[in-house]
Ligand binder design. Sequence first.
Ligand code: ZN
Length: 317
Amino acid sequence: MVRIWNSIDAHLKNGSIVIRFRGKTISLDSTAPLQTDIAFISHAHYDHLPRRVSSTVLASNETVELARIRGLPIKSHINKAESLKLIDSGHILGSRALLVDDDLLYTGDFAGRPRAFLSKLISVKCKTLIVEATYGKPGIVFPSVAKVMGAAMDSISRAYELGKGIVLEGYTLGKAQLLNYMFQTWRPIFVHPKIEAVNQIYRKFGVAIPMPDKVVDDIGGLIHKGPFVFIAPMNIHLRSDVPMIKFTGWAHNASRSSLPLSDHADFQELITYIKKANPERILTIYGFDRGLAEELRRQGFYAKSVSDLQTDILDYT
Ligand SMILES: [Zn+2]
């Protein structure tokens, strides 16, 4: 167990952050099955879900439902508690940041800009900030959503002019729904079954994801029947040779076959967000957490990273 700060009751246990608030322990997106009073789950991506959970889960209703279809049974769930505020982080359906006592903010994964039906994390002033650093590397700056959509529209219309289909690839939960929503005017639209299973939850919570013309796991039999859009999981293996575009923040150097549409804040958005929060102490977590903490210290903040803390041998005792 590693104590994170002397002034705040927070520590790292098996690589996960656990805070103590009003006598209760709260784990933050612990992937290890820790015994705490409350397990906060910011959203339902696998890298934020434990394999099993016996604590009371604090999460949005959307996250609980999405976690269940991803194989995590949740027995006990609350979506609010006194002085524990859940704030929409704009990352995917149901994603929330956690504000403890108007004083400590854990962002979870968060978006730095709105995209279609998804918003961005609002700015919050806090003394302690635990902030994600997925793209916390200087130089990672995403182009505007309009620019990415424009480039995608160009490729789709080119395919349609040639009478061909086109595959739009994105993560099964989150990105695929955004693609399905953004490019819904192109028809017919075919959707992979794994994505359609998630779409159903989105519709249940009021997001107008269109009904697909067909649910298919391969487009082999469809490629000679005229143009189409196929919404598919990332890195799907298809037997047919059809143009495709991958949508991911990692494509920040855009090419014809990949476009940088991200559900995270880019480096500049991270810095802007942190400056507005103006915290006394910062802990960076995920991705380039070391680099971001270093840059923040250079800018005069008191910052450390989870990776630095984990090098402390005590964490593994
Ligand atoms: Zn995520």
